[in-house]
Design a protein around this ligand. Structure first.
Ligand SMILES: C[S@@+](CC[C@H](N)C(=O)[O-])C[C@H]1O[C@@H](n2cnc3c(N)ncnc32)[C@H](O)[C@@H]1O
Length: 275
């Protein structure tokens, strides 16, 4: 069973002062106001940054009246982008207190607290009123959540009838070698990385209809390889601002992900469905 302490040791979720470090690099001090767009290179922890969130918003038809639940919100990047760009009201649900607190602070400093509500809780147990959302978005988070059928049943319940769900996540395309499986568990904290067909079947079994699965591997695999190459090229500059430890943690994560795609075992998937 994975908990927030295990997740907190995952390389992606260490050296969290890199966000303040990145802001300081822009001349923005702790507590200073922030324009939302100044955060976009720092607070989007998925593939293709705000472009992916904009695509989700367009697919879901989101606008100022939309009530959106973001599951596994991280430091709140997608939630703030949806609120800032589309005017939605977003509940940003995040398990790890350290990430949640950073999210609250960044949202306040971005002037978006009226539109983004941060909740620090486990998506598997936090009570949310039935039918209270028009849409659920979750980007690169479900892989961490151990009981996917339970999660999807809860998401189906919190959506209004006809509400839509938009997920992007990792999936498994072929059996993993023992070393790859170990890295997927320990470095990526991927506890529910299955075939995209099993993923879609879990949505259908939870009462979702119109389940559509799109294979993103051909897009994400080269993205991950380029991300690793860029990261290594930028080693000295990044380490100067954030330190060697922060550089190395991200480098390890990016290298494992690139190797897993390269092995043919890992893939990316988008799933959309209707409640
Ligand atoms: C890779 S991050 C993505 C963050 C955000 N969706 C983004 O794209 O910027 C995945 C997040 O899911 C969160 N998470 C994992 N399990 C969770 C759970 N059971 N309930 C809520 N959040 C969870 C993690 O703590 C982490 O912040």
């Amino acid at each position: 069973m994975i908990d927030d302490a295990d997740l907190g040791r995952m390389p992606l979720y260490t050296s969290l002062d890199r966000i303040e470090g990145g802001l300081a690099n822009l001349g923005i001090g702790p507590g200073d106001p922030i324009r939302p767009e100044q955060l976009f290179s720092l607070d989007q922890w998925h593939y293709h940054g705000t472009d992916a969130v904009a695509a989700a918003a367009r697919a879901l038809g989101l606008g100022p009246s939309s009530r959106v639940l973001d599951v596994g919100a991280g430091v709140g990047g997608p939630a703030r982008y949806l609120a800032h760009t589309f005017g939605c009201h977003v509940t940003a649900l995040e398990l790890q207190p350290a990430l949640h607190e950073i999210g609250v602070d960044l949202t306040r400093r971005s002037g978006l607290s009226d539109c983004v509500t941060h909740v620090c809780a486990d998506a598997l147990s936090h009570p949310l009123p039935s039918g209270s959302f028009d849409a659920v978005v979750s980007l690169l988070a479900v892989l961490h959540i151990p009981d996917r059928p339970r999660l999807f049943s809860r998401l189906a319940r919190v959506l209004r009838a006809g509400g839509r769900c938009y997920l992007e996540d990792l999936c498994q395309r072929a059996p993993l070698a023992p070393r790859d499986l170990d890295d997927l568990r320990t470095v990526v904290c991927g506890v529910t990385v299955t075939s995209s067909a099993d993923y879609a079947a879990d949505l259908a079994a939870s009462g979702f209809t119109n389940v559509v699965s799109t294979d993103l591997t051909d897009d994400w695999a080269p993205y991950a390889a380029e991300r690793l190459a860029r990261w290594r090229q930028n080693h000295a500059a990044y380490a100067r601002v954030h330190g060697e430890e922060a550089y190395a943690a991200q480098a390890r994560f990016y290298a494992v992900i690139a190797r897993l795609y390269d092995s043919g075992s890992l893939g990316g998937v988008r799933l959309t469905a209707r409640a």
